[in-house]
Design a protein around this ligand. Structure first.
Ligand code: ZN
Length: 450
């Protein structure tokens, strides 16, 4: 039986924990949290084994709601440095067109390993590049996630508006609408789990207004409704996108989205940097959630997502590291800090605390992915946990352990549990040779750039 997945385990006496009434820890059993142990109490659950968490700060597992795993192969590419979104994309598309199944597997495995070691227990991925030979990208991805034991919502992305049709990408990286819709249905039917505690789910995700036709946007929304899966895309990321939408569609990005049948609670959107005050209540009424990508938006100079104004309007906000060619890192705990600093800088100390940033990465992100069984330490929730030690130079002398994670810059979890199973132990992923992975991944990245 792997790592006591089914036995009751008391995660005992944590240094700190992000939950009320769990001062003496929590009990997990059968993949779920079954008991919170309050101060002065011991578990009521019989036959518990004990894990001493006296040196650990315990968080609900962090949830990453936007990424492009394959981009770990194109970090800090010289031709894409110091460019805004559109020029940056044009520099990278030709490299992405050369992706192979082997390179993709390495890129995805490395991205997920990096996320897990940063305290992530559930991630999405938005894969939208399907050059010839990469038709089974989602199948490769599902296999990699299962090997690592990470909970995932993988999106079948798409692009069908190439330069030929007034879009941004070259012809070599797009597919036609029929191919995209058929494969979308195939991967949902093959991989999407509908049971409680699902480990692998699929969503549909046309890339953006400037890479996908209106026809495909509408057809994808209809397909997602018929298959009952979630929908995702990039929106309101840059001023360039606003201009493109006004020029091509005669409206702003959100109007275009609504016109395509996408303003619903099935949808979560990456970025949302450029929504105006009139658009925020529309998002809230529809139940459309937003992924804030603080590092990526700063790296590409896209602007600052108005997170607090959107929350005040009733919009749910989660966090995402975004692809590793824009963020360049896949570290979700560092993303929490980046979001905290960026939003505090915008809204002030009384409005944004470290607890807000942790809430965005947990409860807020859970709303983005449409799940109520993750994102909090509560009885009945999945046992998805991130445990950090404060034994590095950067934490020495810290007072409040929870605040220290964000303020001092935690970046590596000591232990991570997904569905009651340890997937990171002592800062390592059991069974994964990180040095070998880095060697092979680096070689694949070099080959791709050459
Ligand atoms: Zn993105």
């Amino acid at each position: 039986m792997p790592s006591g997945e089914h036995a009751a385990l008391w995660i005992k006496d944590p240094l700190a924990i992000l939950a009320e009434g769990a001062e003496r820890g929590i009990v997990v059993k059968g993949g779920r949290i079954v008991e919170l142990v309050a101060a002065g109490q011991t578990p009521a659950t019989p036959d518990v084994k004990t894990f001493d968490a006296g040196e650990h700060v315990v968080l609900p597992g962090l949830i990453n709601t936007h990424h492009h795993f394959y981009q770990t192969l194109t970090r800090a590419v010289p031709a894409a440095l110091d460019r805004g979104l559109f020029a940056w994309l044009k520099a990278l598309y030709p490299i992405w067109a050369r992706l192979t199944p082997e390179a993709l597997d390495l890129g995805m495995t490395l991205a997920m390993a990096e996320l897990m070691l940063s305290g992530c227990t559930m991630t999405t991925d938005h894969h939208y590049v399907f050059p010839a030979g990469l038709e089974h990208a989602l199948d490769i991805e599902v296999a990699a996630a299962k090997r690592l034991g990470l909970r995932v919502l993988l999106t079948r992305g798409s692009m069908n508006r190439s330069q030929r049709d007034g879009g941004l990408p070259p012809d070599a990286v797009v597919q036609d609408e029929d191919t995209i819709l058929a494969d979308s249905e195939r991967v949902v039917k093959r991989h999407h789990e509908r049971s409680a505690g699902a480990m692998v789910q699929i969503a549909l995700a046309p890339c953006s207004p400037f890479t996908v036709t209106t026809s495909l946007m509408r057809a994808t929304a209809e397909l997602a409704k018929r298959l009952d899966v979630r929908l995702h895309t990039h929106l309101a990321e840059t001023e360039d996108e606003n201009r493109y939408c006004l020029e091509i569609h005669n409206c702003r990005p959100l109007d275009y989205l609504e016109d395509c049948g996408w303003l619903t609670d099935r949808v979560w959107l990456a970025h949302g940097v450029h929504f105006n005050a009139g658009e925020m209540p529309r998002l809230a009424r529809a139940g459309t959630a937003i992924t804030h990508c603080a590092c990526s938006n700063q790296m590409l100079g896209s602007g600052t997502c108005p997170v607090c104004a959107m929350e005040d309007a009733g919009v749910r906000i989660g966090l995402g590291v975004d692809g590793s060619a824009s963020n360049n890192a896949s570290n979700l705990m560092q993303e929490v800090r980046a979001a905290f600093l960026l939003q505090r800088g915008r809204y002030g100390v009384e409005r944004v605390s470290h607890r807000d940033a942790l809430r965005w990465a947990t409860q807020g992100s859970a709303a983005c992915v449409g799940r109520t069984d993750i994102g909090a330490i509560a009885v009945g929730a999945m046992a998805d946990l991130a445990l950090f030690k404060l034994d590095e130079l950067r934490f020495s002398g810290a007072g409040d352990p929870l605040a220290a994670l964000v303020l001092c810059g935690a970046h590596r979890a000591d232990r991570v549990m997904v569905g009651g199973k340890w997937v990171v132990e002592d800062g390592q992923i059991p069974g994964l040779d990180l040095a070998d992975l880095i060697r092979r991944h680096s070689a694949a990245a070099r080959a791709l750039r050459a």
